[in-house]
Design a protein around this ligand. Sequence first.
Ligand code: ZN
Length: 139
Amino acid sequence: MTALTYCPVCFKEIPSEKCICPFCMTDIRVWSRSTPYTSRLVHALENPHSEVRMGSILSLGRRGDLAADCPLADCALRWPTDVVQGLEIVRAIDLLPSSPERREALERLILHPSRPIRRAAEETLRGFEPSLRPTKQKL
Ligand SMILES: [Zn+2]
């Protein structure tokens, strides 16, 4: 029996000895060598397997890479019912360096369909930008 693995590009199951994915025809070794680590982590946010996405979310937060905020918010919105993942995404975004993109990512998550995620995004935004309280109606 052949061991199976997943293509890192199209995420389909393939025999682990294959170097070229029979589905998307990607040369996996070339792709891995030529694609920066952060880009591979960002791409893995689209993986249908939640444990792969979670690993990527944790790594992106730890790495603090500026390019990660919007893809992380996209990921939380793509799987709206995965609350555990969504909360981890808010935490990961919180670990990223301060930037307009980080704020934008959290502002998008304030509109997330899941209430705990909306609340976590609100609290995180309030935590690092005290002037951005949602109660702006002080007339
Ligand atoms: Zn593939």
